[in-house]
Design a protein around this ligand. Structure first.
Ligand code: SF4
Length: 373
């Protein structure tokens, strides 16, 4: 089936009817953990066509949103040094560093650091950062690298191939399975099934997610990003719940192999080690971050610039008036925040991290308001 087939209105309607016919014993809540899924859900108005007893909620699927303020503080400190170019994705520029509750003192960010003389460049892929280093041999080029397993695989491949000595990585990579497991321990969220992100499962495969049906009896389904993909995953999860089953299902077989991309996994394992990592608004999660292994330390910006002690200090990273920490764990929806889409918090003037990034739940809901809200 071509891409258009996955958006076919007739097929979509048929799947929605099948979902409505599943005789569920109670209202259920399905969580996805992917900004691209939330974008598709908003864009195609998927929540509005689901029966009332099926709730679809976004988890911590935006890597920019969960990047801790302390990592941004470190990036700013490095960027302000003489002879440094700091390269990062556009969304990261406006994310606030440590929160300042004094309204007369604006929060720091990479954008404000730019106005203080920092050479911060926006790039679109890790390879752009490498090219910057190759073109500027007299500068130290630091890639502030944020993302889940999908981005980490590309970064690992650069480091594996011996980049120039003036290139380094400030890793703020996070891994998807550990926060999913953490969320199952928060009783009042009550998740009934997981929809797995297609990008991440393409890289790491299905195996890291076996724990969810096996240990937590949680229906867990990998899904692509088109309406037919998402609705088919919802149907599968609903049927599993009705039949009191819990299986790991790959519904995105056109991209995801059971054991993922073995070459990418092997390079990631060579370059990175899993470490306990802080998630903005959520806290420290064991084995949820990637740090460069010792043999790659000459490209580790934390070593090159001697900053690792600071990453232990999280500071205040969600303003007391912002509810991003609750939105990122699927406890509330953006319109439940009193600042949502008001003058104080909108994409032109974001107050919290979830309104900054194109993968942030608040920003997505702002964009598609009227379809989902
Ligand atoms: Fe935070 Fe703004 Fe979202 Fe409210 S609407 S939770 S202030 S980002």
């Amino acid at each position: 089936m071509g891409l258009e087939g996955y958006r076919d209105a007739e097929l979509t309607e048929k799947i929605v009817k099948l979902i409505s016919k599943v005789d569920l014993p109670r209202k259920i809540k399905i969580m996805h953990v992917c900004g691209t899924h939330e974008n598709s859900i908003g864009r195609f108005g998927i929540r509005s066509i689901l029966p009332e007893h099926i709730e679809l909620v976004a988890g911590p699927g935006c890597p920019v949103c969960v990047c801790p303020a302390s990592d941004i503080d470190i990036a700013i400190e490095i960027a302000l040094q003489e002879g440094v170019i700091l390269a990062t994705f556009g969304d990261m520029i406006r994310v606030p560093a440590k929160i300042n509750t004094d309204k007369d003192k604006p929060n720091d960010s990479l954008q404000t650091a730019k106005s203080r003389g920092a050479d911060v460049k926006i790039i679109y892929s890790p390879l752009d950062a490498l090219k910057l280093a190759e073109k500027n041999p007299d500068k130290r080029v630091v890639f502030f690298s944020v993302g889940f397993e999908t981005t980490a695989a590309g970064v690992a491949s650069i480091l594996y191939n011996n980049p120039p000595p003036n290139f380094s990585i400030l890793s703020s990579h996070r891994l998807i399975p550990p926060p999913m497991e953490l969320l199952l321990g928060i009783g009042d969220i009550q998740i009934d099934g997981f929809m797995l992100p297609g990008h991440v499962t393409t890289v790491i495969g299905m195996n890291p997610f076996k724990i969810f049906p096996e240990a937590y009896l949680m229906p867990t389904v990998a899904a692509g990003f088109e309406p037919v993909d998402i609705l088919s995953a919802i149907l599968n999860i609903a049927e599993q719940i009705k039949e009191e089953k819990a299986s790991l299902v790959n519904q995105y077989t056109r991209a995801v192999k059971e054991d993922g991309n073995q070459k990418a996994i092997s390079i990631m394992n060579d370059v990175f080690e899993e470490v306990s990592a802080y998630w903005r608004g959520i806290g420290r999660i064991p084995r949820s971050g990637f740090k460069l292994k010792e043999k790659y330390s000459k490209w580790d910006a934390n070593r090159v610039f001697d900053t690792p002690h600071k990453s232990l200090c999280a500071g205040l990273d969600i303003h007391p008036s912002c509810s991003c920490h609750l939105i990122m764990i699927g406890k509330i929806y953006p319109p439940d925040c009193t600042l949502f889409s008001k003058k104080i918090c909108n994409p032109d003037n974001p107050f919290g991290p979830c309104m900054v990034s194109i993968d942030g739940t608040c920003r997505i809901w702002h964009r598609y308001e009227g379809k989902d809200n």
